[in-house]
Design a protein around this ligand. Structure first.
Ligand code: NA7
Length: 547
């Protein structure tokens, strides 16, 4: 690295990504601390995850009055959400409004994809290269790349032969896709597939949903917010903020103290009925023991499976949809608008891949292995015009690893994480000084309402940098001992729950072939995590080393 070049244009902080985290991090460092901070963003606009995820039905599962920043009263006051859950387009509008309101765009390079980041021992800083070969120098490097931003397109034989069009939901064309009169195949029945199927089926000639693993889903009960509901949210903004900042999940509701196993059958059933009618992720707040006791969880699972069997008219389809192999909410629990009801439409078919496994993509569509009336294996071809991959992401670590980040002595993040992601407090990796991760592995992230987790991380990182500037420290780093201790705590928290018991969970990296299996998010709750981080800061950032 040319040190003259470095000195002349070195930033205090370089932030990767202009979604919820990157925008707030920029605001905190540039506007509140007067630092020279800049954002590199691969997209042509702000929005992060929501910039790319424009698939049909794309909508947040958090309620709109909590899926937003809380740091500015004026911002809360002047923004109006239109529905109980914000749709993708409205979230992008909100983030554009934030970018304008705080004049953030002038510090963002759009269309700038980071291809590598190298720590320099001589400069105690980072050299970041974008796809054009341009180099950017900064004392601090902060990744704000989101947890679900690297699309997982499965390596299915023959995809190159398909004569129709195919799309991954996480890289959806901005001009949209017209399904009218088309035969559509959708692979995947996670949160995304469950949102997309009813919308695709509303215009497609035919939709075939290829289901590998059946999934729970609870009705979202989305609705347009009335003027009264909107003004209640504004009036109660302080209390809502206090709640989202003090509970375990960052949502606007607390998990009940009541235990399912201590509740009599009739009462428990009534509680589930009420939660089903209310709808949304709040269903899982019905009892405290749903994620700690399999027996308790079975009661929720049986309730939802009963609902599925009632909602779906064809008994064979209903049985396939309700034949769920994991505890409720041990995988990310979807919420839906008319998902199960969609299978009652004449133009919708469920293909159960457990009974008829997917063999390959052909020129005409998808080929599965079925059996004929004599029980002999035969190939069954589904003719399709459009194939939709709702197959998820290389979650949490995927994008970080693709950035080709190199720490001390050229060690790559891939090498440091060869057996799974390891860091201190979810924030810092040993041998990678002055690198901070927002909502990376080892932090509550995807187990919470993301903006609540993001605000906590951004504020902690900003305070830490302010502390360093105040004390004239130029370098912060986490020793291996701190990393070991945090990894042990993260594993211990996960093992208190049913979360790591699911074989095919992206929380564990199990959806990506070859990815090391390790439960990635911190499962001890955002409230506990916040307390731990605050205590570390109070004790002069104990567990970190400064120089
Ligand atoms: P998910 O939750 O990872 O779901 C992906 C779905 O795709 C799931 O049903 C997978 O089945 C299925 N899948 C993946 N690969 C294949 C192949 N090769 N063949 C058949 N089926 C496959 O991703 P989403 O986008 O739905 O949700 C991600 C998060 O976004 C969500 O949790 C929210 O936080 C928002 P599997 O279950 O692995 O058998």
């Amino acid at each position: 690295m040319n040190s003259q070049e470095t000195a002349s244009n070195r930033l205090d902080a370089l932030i990767i990504g202009a979604g919820f985290s990157g925008l707030y991090q920029l605001h905190c460092l540039r506007d509140k601390q007067g630092l020279n901070a800049r954002v590199l963003e691969a997209g042509e606009g702000v929005g992060g995850t929501w910039y790319w995820n424009r698939y049909p039905g794309a909508r947040c599962d958090s309620e709109s009055h909590v899926y937003c920043y809380t740091f500015s009263k004026e911002l809360t006051e002047d923004w109006n959400w239109s529905e109980r859950y914000p749709g993708a387009a409205e979230i992008v509008s909100y983030l554009n409004h934030v970018a304008d309101r705080f004049d953030l765009r002038r510090s963002i390079d759009f269309g700038s994809r980071v291809v590598s980041a190298q720590f320099s021992e001589s400069d105690n800083g980072w050299c970041v290269e974008d796809h054009t070969g341009q180099r950017h120098y900064a004392q601090f490097l902060i990744t704000a790349v989101g947890c679900l931003s690297s699309a997982n397109v499965p390596d299915i034989e023959g995809l190159g032969d398909f004569a129709g069009a195919w799309y991954h939901t996480g890289q959806w064309p901005h001009e949209g896709v017209d399904f009218a009169g088309k035969r559509v195949g959708q692979i995947g029945t996670g949160s995304t597939g469950i949102q997309a199927a009813p919308v695709i089926a509303s215009t497609a000639k035919h939709l075939s949903v290829f289901q590998r693993t059946a999934n729970y889903s609870v009705p979202a009960r989305n609705h347009v917010l009335t003027p009264d509901q909107r003004s209640d949210h504004k009036r109660d903004a302080d209390a809502i903020r206090q709640l989202t900042r003090s509970n375990s999940n960052g949502h606007g509701w607390r998990i009940s103290d009541r235990r399912a196993l201590d509740t009599r059958d009739a009462e428990r059933q009534a509680i589930y009925e009420k939660a089903w009618t209310t709808g949304g992720l709040k269903f899982r707040s019905a009892f405290s023991d749903l994620l700690s006791s399999k027996q308790a969880n079975d009661t929720a699972a049986a309730f939802i499976q009963g609902k599925i069997r009632n909602l779906v008219k064809d008994p064979v389809t209903a049985a396939s949809l309700a034949d769920i192999d994991h505890p409720y909410a041990a995988k990310r629990p979807p919420i839906d608008t008319q998902y199960f009801e969609t299978f009652n439409q004449d133009n919708v078919t469920l293909v159960d891949l457990r009974k008829t496994p997917l063999l390959r993509v052909s020129e005409n569509g998808l080929v599965c292995r079925a059996s004929n009336s004599e029980g002999h294996a035969v190939e069954q071809e589904y003719n399709l015009d459009i194939l939709v991959f709702a197959t998820g992401y290389d979650a949490i670590t995927g994008t970080l690893l693709r950035l080709d980040i190199r720490g001390r002595h050229g060690v790559t993040l891939k090498q440091a994480w060869s057996s799974g992601p390891r860091n201190h407090l979810g924030l810092q990796v040993a041998q990678f000084p002055n690198l901070f991760m927002i909502t990376g592995p080892g932090s509550p992230s995807v187990l919470t309402n993301m903006p609540a987790a993001i605000e906590q991380h951004v504020e902690w990182i900003s305070n830490c940098i302010a502390y360093m500037k105040h004390h004239n420290y130029t370098l912060i780093e986490s020793p291996e001992t701190s990393v070991d201790s945090w990894v042990n705590q993260t594993n211990a928290e996960a093992n208190k729950t049913l979360l790591p018991t699911v074989k095919h969970s992206w929380y564990l990296g199990a959806n990506i072939p070859g990815k090391p299996r390790m439960f990635m998010p911190y499962a001890g709750g955002l409230d506990r995590y916040r307390d731990i981080c605050n205590q570390v800061a109070i004790e002069n950032y104990q567990g970190f080393e400064f120089s």
